[in-house]
Design a protein around this ligand. Structure first.
Ligand code: 5RP
Length: 224
């Protein structure tokens, strides 16, 4: 199976995971990226079984709406039963690196409102230590150089993601050569730098369930 087939398999599995819980008033939290897109596409036949979705990006919102699924503002809904999203890296504690698609801030906000975070990923994303994938940091544009200097002091090699403006109007710095020993502590350290909006470590609030695709099938790893 190639990577796309593994992503499709975990998207299928995520549908099986949530379908029994769908009710007429259910609003789902939906992530961003190619794996999340496959999940979104699989929601179409179920669209009459739930109320709608909150999207973590403009791109996902457009995709949902094109399928006839109503998209709600997060402020107009309460707690979401599920947030379903991919990851750039995930470890055995279901801590993740996210933001390869520059949607990290909205992803973290929607995930914070969810009772259960279901991470859907192919086996290439599973790592023993976070940091192989360059860690994204969303910054207020005027703070970019200042934040980059603080990231160097922490041991990272920061690279400005040229030409990318987030849905929030901000910029992204990717941290290379930055292996993370303590994801929860580093998430807090990075968030404390003035000018940082969010960083791509999802450690303090990691996933609750990981659906991990491999050629033998989809493993379900649940911590809570
Ligand atoms: C977007 C993300 C994505 O979840 C992450 O980049 C994984 O994407 P893909 O499913 O395309 O591999 O965090 O900001």
């Amino acid at each position: 199976m190639n990577q796309d087939e593994l992503k499709a398999a975990v998207a299928d599995k995520a549908i099986s995971e949530i379908e029994p819980w769908l009710e007429k008033d259910t609003v789902l939290g939906i992530g961003t990226g190619s794996t999340a897109n496959l999940f979104i596409d699989r929601l179409k036949p179920l669209r009459d079984q739930f109320k709608g979705a909150v999207a973590s990006s403009e791109a996902s919102a457009k995709r949902l709406e094109a399928l006839g699924i109503e998209v709600f503002e997060l402020n107009s809904v309460g707690t979401l039963p599920f947030y379903i999203d991919g990851a750039d890296e995930v470890n055995a504690h279901l801590q993740m690196t996210k933001g390869g698609g520059a949607a990290l801030t909205r992803e973290k906000i929607v995930a914070a409102c969810a009772e259960r975070f279901i991470c859907i990923a192919d086996q290439s994303k599973y790592v023993s230590q976070l940091g192989h994938f360059p860690l994204p940091v969303e910054v207020i544009p005027m703070a970019r150089s200042y934040v980059a200097r603080q990231l160097v002091a922490l041991g990272a090699e920061p690279v400005y993601r040229q030409g990318v403006v987030t849905d929030n109007g901000n910029q992204i710095i990717d941290c290379y050569e930055f292996m993370i020993d303590d994801p929860v502590a580093m998430e807090a350290t990075l968030n404390a730098i003035v000018g940082v909006v969010t960083n791509g470590l999802f450690a303090d609030r990691g996933a609750d369930i990981l659906l991990l695709g491999n050629p033998e099938g989809v493993d379900r790893i649940a911590l809570r």
